[in-house]
Design a protein around this ligand. Structure first.
Ligand code: BGC
Length: 719
């Protein structure tokens, strides 16, 4: 757990002095006047703080504003307890980094940590002391808009993402002036909402929970995450906000989480709508009993817990326990020692703006995935005329993505701006042609004229930022509006076309990838989006991004992910009665891990030892990689494992490691994957961990595509 000084004497003293209302105030967080999701009254908030009815605020930032609120709490409330000030710093505070799904595509834990560190520095400088991030929902359904906020489909990746983000936000000392409390959310299995519809119910087996949805949260807890937020969803009929088995038994008891559990926005009151509580008193007692310490925005604790107490639904000891945890977090954050330390305009942070922009550019270009390329990229140096077409070519606000924090559109570099900067000699013929999501085709004719005239067409298509994120599920996650018509018309001209796809999810792109000469997935890349995209287009940066999610051909393949169990009738068995579709391939359009480079890498050889291993051994796997291409570049290789025969059927591929190597043209190098043999344990039929002797296959390759995996077999011996 990140360090932090907890003065238990002060906590006990405060608890002894507090009225019930003041205790419930510590358990309540309200949106300040600058609410994102709806207006609240500034006057009302000030009164609540004075009366000790608000222990925390959310959706407020800025040195002056946060200091004013802290001053009210310290100087005008009876007990002078400082406030938690929470904000969603999902992918940057003022300097906006790529959306989490895009950042995951870098497969670079050190970068994940650095962006969180920088975001924490900026947010802390703005008076924020807690963030509702990282979002750790494993997501396998591109219809679900919140896939944009997630690290993708794989639990191993999500667990590494969790550790890196917690370290980045909290640093090694939570009381540090530039550290903020991290909140692992949304606990858990929110990514499995029915049919990809946000807030919908979730039905998952306990195996799936333990193998897929819980490991990222276990990793966050082990990394010392200060807070956890249950999701809006239910799991197998029990709303997460009231889920005793998961919140209390798994999170607190099994995982040893000692921090604060904070509800999602209004989620405690929604227990009534979800059909498990008749009134606020019941809702509040269910949440408190499950271990939810802070009520975000529903007022259920303030209004419902007094009645719940008098009805005997909860005891004062439960309330005291929750208040104690909240005060302990305030202690660990150093708020009692100096509540104003965050929020002082820190000249150092201001002076590092250039470094933060450099980091934003680097992570953004590393997040770009070159999906397909027939050689048109990198762009030739002697291009005279470039047609820059499409609604995302010059759309600063969209580059921010769906959770832009305190980021400003005016600070974002668009593709058009960056292209003009990078290629001053070229003539850029710019025409958006169509809106992102409307049916006005009046610009199409001009766009086609430009395309006919150009040496290359850059076709910038995709979603608007708010078509992904919360409450942005799409039953048809393709190009919105009439962008497909525009694409068809442009592609019919027979000019070289580079499709640049901005989105918060894998989009269904019928024909486009096949017909365009190159396609880039550029997600929402943040403040430096334009520079990053142009760096890749021109070859100033050789692409390294890899898909953290499987990219389907069509909606009918969803949910889709690489790590699935073998069926008795595999699709490739050739048998007529096989596990396949009769109207489309079972394979995705692009597998997990896919992403091209301007270089050409091969795995020349693969070695693993020892040939026979026991549970306490360390397995060592080494792949020799060569760069056969004309450019220096970086290769990413994935290590997958298959346990072909076990007492419980295991997935065909399970991710166990990722490694990278930078190689000059013609150069070779070795990538090593150290693997404790114990990590090959799996949950038996009784869900207890087991290590079973027998053959294990280790696969190394550039993606989860079986056609490109090198394999070596080792044997496990019993203990
Ligand atoms: C979202 C959370 C977020 C909270 C506060 C909710 O609607 O589900 O992810 O942290 O709002 O903004």
């Amino acid at each position: 757990m990140a360090k932090g000084r907890v003065n238990m004497g002060r906590i006990d003293r405060l608890l002894a002095e507090m009225t019930l209302e003041e205790k419930l105030g510590q358990l309540s967080m309200s949106a300040a006047e600058f609410a994102v999701t709806g207006p609240t009254s500034a006057q009302g908030i000030a009164e609540s703080i004075r009366a000790g009815r608000a222990g925390g605020l959310l959706n407020i930032w800025g040195g002056e504003r946060t200091r004013a609120m802290q001053r009210l709490a310290l100087e005008e409330s009876r007990l002078g307890i400082p406030l938690l000030i929470g904000f969603d710093v999902l992918h940057g505070h003022k300097t906006i980094f790529p959306i989490p799904l895009a950042e995951a595509a870098t497969f670079a834990p050190l970068l994940w940590e650095r962006t969180a560190r920088v975001a924490a520095e900026e947010a802390a400088c703005d008076g924020v002391n807690m963030t509702f991030a990282p979002m750790l929902d494993v997501a396998r359904d591109p219809r679900w808009g919140r896939i944009a906020e997630s690290p993708g489909e794989d639990p191993w990746v999500a667990a590494r993402f969790a550790e890196a983000k917690v370290r980045g936000f909290q640093s090694s000392d939570l009381a540090a002036v530039d550290a903020i409390a991290a909140t692992a959310k949304h606990f858990c299995a929110y990514g499995a909402v029915l049919a990809g519809r946000d807030y919908a119910p979730v039905d998952v087996s306990e195996r799936l929970l333990r193998e897929v949805y819980l490991p990222p949260f276990a990793a966050a807890v082990a990394a010392g995450c200060a807070a956890v937020m249950p999701g809006f969803n239910d799991v197998n009929g029990v709303p997460m906000t009231a889920h005793v088995d998961l919140l209390r038994d798994w999170l607190r008891q099994e995982s040893g989480f000692e921090g604060v559990v904070i509800s999602d926005y209004n989620a405690i009151a929604e227990l009534m709508t979800q059909g498990v509580a008749v009134d606020l008193a019941e809702a509040a007692s269910l949440a408190l009993t499950a271990g939810v310490d802070i009520d975000m925005m529903s007022g259920a604790y303030l209004c419902g817990l007094p009645a719940a107490l008098s009805r005997g639904l909860v005891g004062m000891d439960q309330i005291d326990l929750a208040v104690g945890r909240v005060l302990a977090l305030k202690e660990r954050l150093g708020l009692f020692e100096d509540p104003y330390r965050r929020g002082s305009q820190n000249a150092l942070v201001a002076s590092r703006r250039g470094l933060r922009r450099d980091l934003a550019r680097d992570v953004a270009r590393r997040a770009i995935v070159l999906l397909a390329n027939d050689g048109v990229l990198p762009l030739a140096r002697d291009l005279r005329k470039i047609a820059l077409i499409g609604p995302l070519a010059d759309a600063a606000a969209e580059m921010l993505g769906p959770w832009p924090g305190a980021g400003q559109a005016g600070d974002c570099v668009t593709i058009r701006q960056a292209l003009t900067e990078a290629l001053p000699e070229a003539e850029i013929l710019y025409e958006p042609a169509v809106g992102i999501d409307d049916r006005d085709a009046s610009g199409v004719a001009a766009a086609l004229r430009f395309c006919r005239d150009a040496d290359v067409v850059l076709l910038c298509l995709g979603e608007s930022a708010h078509m992904s994120g919360e409450a942005a599920s799409r039953a048809k996650p393709g190009l919105p509006g009439i962008q497909n018509d525009l694409a068809r018309a442009v592609l019919a001209l027979d000019r070289p076309v580079v499709a640049i796809i901005g989105s918060g999810r894998p989009l269904i792109l019928p024909d486009l990838v096949e017909k365009a000469q190159a396609t880039l997935a550029t997600w929402f890349l943040g403040s430096e989006a334009g520079h990053a995209i142009v760096d890749v287009l021109t070859g100033a940066f050789n692409p390294v991004g890899r898909l953290p999610v499987t990219w389907p051909h069509d909606v009918g393949q969803i949910p889709i992910n690489f790590s699935v169990r073998q069926t008795g009738r595999p699709a490739d068995s050739g048998a007529p009665y096989a596990s396949k579709y009769i109207d489309m391939p079972t394979e995705p359009l692009f597998p997990f891990g896919h992403g091209l480079s301007y270089s050409c890498f091969i795995v020349a050889s693969l070695h693993a030892e020892p040939e026979c291993f026991r549970p306490d051994d360390e397995i060592s796997i080494a792949a020799e990689v060569s760069n056969l291409g004309p450019f220096a570049g970086e290769e990413t290789l994935f290590l997958f494992v298959r346990d072909p025969i076990a007492s419980v059927a295991r997935p065909l591929l399970e991710l166990k490691g990722v490694a990278k190597i930078a190689l000059a043209p013609g150069e070779s190098g070795i990538l090593r994957f150290p693997l404790p043999a114990r990590s090959l344990c799996f949950l038996g039929a009784d869900l207890a961990p087991r290590f079973e002797p027998g053959e294990f296959r280790f696969f190394v390759g550039p993606s989860a595509d079986p056609a490109h995996l090198a394999c070596v077999t080792l044997r496990a011996l019993s203990d």
